[in-house]
Design a protein around this ligand. Structure first.
Ligand SMILES: NC(=O)c1ccc[n+]([C@@H]2O[C@H](COP(=O)([O-])OP(=O)(O)OC[C@H]3O[C@@H](n4cnc5c(N)ncnc54)[C@H](O)[C@@H]3O)[C@@H](O)[C@H]2O)c1
Length: 298
């Protein structure tokens, strides 16, 4: 039975993952090598719970219980000592994840399932860094975790069925909708999303239309809640570029080659919302969508 869950990495995704498990009554240990990040994560979780209270989604008591179910730890070995499940949500870097999984394998109890929230790194490769590849699985949450319903569950080459079944059941227990896919570059979510975003950037690059027109066509024409260029800014243009490179290299098809405009923007440090500018400019405190001067028509 899964009771104790350790979440590795207290960034954007880690705090959301800790939040949803704790809210469903699991004992969560949130682990990060950066102590300041743990403090920040607790503040973010508390603010997000406040929003749920103000919308009457949860009560004050549920908020207090949720916070009470989360403890923090900056030592990975201590943080996973009693875990039944570990969900790794550390920085997206292959070498780092291989190192993390090798140490999780050494420190976690033998029965513990090792899941990763990676957006694009091969589950099979991560599993090969452990002595329990049959217990390694992808558990890909979407951002923002407390809001988005999907969990893309990715079976590595060696993942055993009882492990997949447990992760499916657990996803349902926390109110999410699981969808099981196999381990090929980009899985399903990013294999389909990233070429769409890349094509939107190519359409801008080739002068087919402007930023607003491209996003408006996709929002109003295809009922997407956000246009592809705005979504790329939200995800981070560096993240989009690195996933496209995984698709390009892993599938060997030139159709996945990243648009040169995307490469240039990342090189110039225009990474989207997190850097203050991408296809749009972002001013703290303002929700207005303003096209970046680099793409404005006047
Ligand atoms: N941001 C998204 O929209 C999104 C969506 C789905 C999946 N993901 C995936 O989730 C993972 C995390 O992404 P994020 O956006 O939350 O990143 P982030 O940069 O916000 O957070 C990463 C955290 O990992 C910590 N970390 C680094 N090395 C560590 C180690 N050895 N042990 C413990 N903690 C360590 C960092 O201190 C940081 O707090 C990545 O694999 C990413 O691909 C991200």
């Amino acid at each position: 039975m899964i009771k104790n869950i350790s979440v590795i990495g207290a960034g954007t995704m880690g705090n959301g993952i800790a939040h949803v498990f704790a809210q469903s009554g699991f004992q969560v240990t949130l682990v990060d090598v950066n102590a300041a990040q743990l403090e920040k994560a607790l503040t973010t979780i508390s603010k997000n719970l406040d929003r749920q209270v103000s919308k009457s989604v949860i009560s004050e008591e549920q908020k207090a219980n949720t916070l009470g179910n989360i403890q923090t730890e900056s030592d990975v070995t201590k943080g996973v000592a009693t875990a039944d499940l570990i969900v790794e949500a550390a920085t997206e870097n292959t070498e780092l994840k291989l190192k993390i999984f090798s140490s999780l394998d050494a420190a976690a109890p033998a029965h513990c399932i090792l899941a990763t929230n990676t957006s694009s790194i091969s589950i099979t490769k991560i599993a090969a860094a452990t002595k329990r590849p049959e217990k390694v699985i992808g558990m890909h949450f979407m951002n923002p975790v407390p809001v988005m319903k999907l969990v893309e569950i990715i079976n590595g080459y060696a993942t055993e069925k009882p492990v997949t079944d447990k992760i499916i059941e657990l996803s349902r227990q926390i109110g999410k909708i699981p969808c099981v896919v196999n381990d090929y570059p980009g899985f399903v979510a990013n294999r389909i999303l990233m070429p769409m975003i890349n094509e939107a950037i190519y359409s801008l690059f080739e002068g087919v239309a402007g930023v607003e027109e491209i996003d408006t066509v996709m929002k109003l024409g295809m009922a997407h809640p956000m246009g592809p260029l705005q979504l790329a800014d939200f995800i981070g243009l560096d993240v989009c570029l690195s996933i496209l490179r995984v698709l390009h290299e892993g599938l060997g098809n030139p159709k996945y080659a990243p648009c040169p405009l995307l490469v240039n923007m990342v090189t110039a440090g225009k990474l989207g919302a997190k850097s203050g500018e991408g296809f749009y400019v972002y001013t703290p405190g303002s929700k207005d969508l303003v096209v970046s001067k680099s793409f404005s028509k006047d």
